[in-house]
Design a protein around this ligand. Structure first.
Ligand SMILES: O=C(O)CCC(=O)C(=O)O
Ligand SMILES: [Fe+2]
Length: 355
């Protein structure tokens, strides 16, 4: 099937950027040519499609959970708002984040559920959630989180091997029992009927903060800025194909061998713009105490890559927790004083002096 039921197809005459398609079943079997393909995608663009991941049913249920949550009155949702201190867990109202240095407002609502809260449920690690989240924590969110973790950890393990890291080296940066910023996010963007400029971003240009993002979407809107080009290009959603992308932590751990690429979300193209856009992401992020720096002592390949870069590049001096909190905090418009606030929220797309 090439289309999503009930939604108009992605228009034929809008250019898209083709991603490499990686087969998760073959990755699990450690098929070498599939791993070569994953490596090419991870080092060149940092984005790829992932098929045969086996999470489609849980994804559908997560979209139901998201719809139930977003239908709650705004005042109920605001009781669970993520706040301005640099935590992303909970609800984010539309317009809470800037999308650029001028302070333009984003248009999306998020419900973010911490992996730690989902796995510990009914115990609490980080915070409380709306009733619609609690009601589905056991039946929907926990299975989605568990399956997504399995997919992401498998991919990280394979990338770790290719980076020449000893077994378990990347896993130690993502210890399952250490609290982290890992989270499931359901995103709603309202219909944006024709006439609204494509440039009116729903989510501004950014790199992801953590290690690996596992994304599911049905309408267009996601765009990437391919290295060496200046034109944003759409990624076309394909049924049964998730989109995976690497975040800043993996670019840093690998000394820049792996790519954390800029992307953004704009209104879906043409007729698709008349529909609500829903997307769902699982973000795997390093443990809170992990210092973000290249793993040079553990891999000659990474040591060599770092030796070719300006000294200190990727030595952030920040823990994963602080890196993440900084990026979240300074994109909040309530913390904005001027363009410097936006710059303070940036990731590896900026030079170390901007960290
Ligand atoms: O909604 C999408 O397609 C992408 C969302 C995204 O980039 C993010 O939440 O970091
Ligand atoms: Fe993103």
């Amino acid at each position: 099937m090439s289309e999503f039921p009930g939604l108009p197809p992605f228009p034929d005459d809008v250019p898209t950027h083709p991603l490499l398609i990686v087969d998760y079943e073959l990755i699990k079997q450690r098929d070498q040519s599939e791993i070569d393909k994953l490596w090419k995608a991870a080092t060149e663009l940092g984005f790829w499609y992932l098929k045969n991941h086996g999470v489609d049913e849980e994804v559908d249920q997560m979209f139901e959970m998201g719809a139930e949550t977003m239908r709650l009155p705004l005042e109920d949702k605001m009781k669970y708002e993520q706040g301005d201190a640099g935590s992303s867990f909970g609800y984010k109202a539309a317009g809470a984040n800037a999308t650029d240095e001028y302070g333009s407002l984003d248009t999306v609502e998020f419900i973010n559920v911490a992996k730690d809260d989902a796995l510990a449920w009914p115990n609490k690690v980080h915070r409380d959630y709306p009733s619609t989240v609690n009601a589905r924590m056991e039946s929907t969110i926990k299975p989605f989180v568990q399956k997504s973790l399995e997919v992401n950890y498998t991919i990280l393990e394979v990338l770790g091997e290719r980076l020449g890291l000893p077994k378990g080296a990347l896993e130690r940066q993502h210890l399952m029992n250490e609290p982290s910023g890992s989270e499931a996010r359901c995103i709603k963007n309202p219909p944006r009927p024709g006439g609204i400029s494509e440039e009116k971003a729903a989510i501004g240009a950014h790199t992801d903060f953590g290690s690996l993002s596992f994304l599911h979407n049905r309408l267009g809107g996601l765009q990437v800025l391919v290295p060496g080009t200046t034109q944003w290009q759409y990624i076309k959603p394909i049924p049964g194909h998730a989109v995976c992308n690497l975040g800043d932590a993996m670019a840093i751990f690998s000394g820049g061998i792996l790519r954390s690429n800029l992307h953004r979300v704009v209104p879906p193209p043409k007729e698709q713009g008349n529909y609500e856009r829903w997307s769902l992401v699982f973000f795997t992020r390093p443990g809170n105490s992990v210092i973000l720096r290249p793993l040079v002592e553990e891999s000659p390949l990474i040591a060599e890559a770092v030796s070719k870069q300006p000294p200190g590049k990727y030595e952030t001096g920040q823990t994963s927790k602080d890196w993440f909190a900084r990026r979240i905090k300074y994109q909040r418009v309530r913390n904005r004083t001027g363009p410097e606030t936006w710059r303070a929220s940036r990731g590896t797309e900026h030079q170390p002096s901007a960290y």
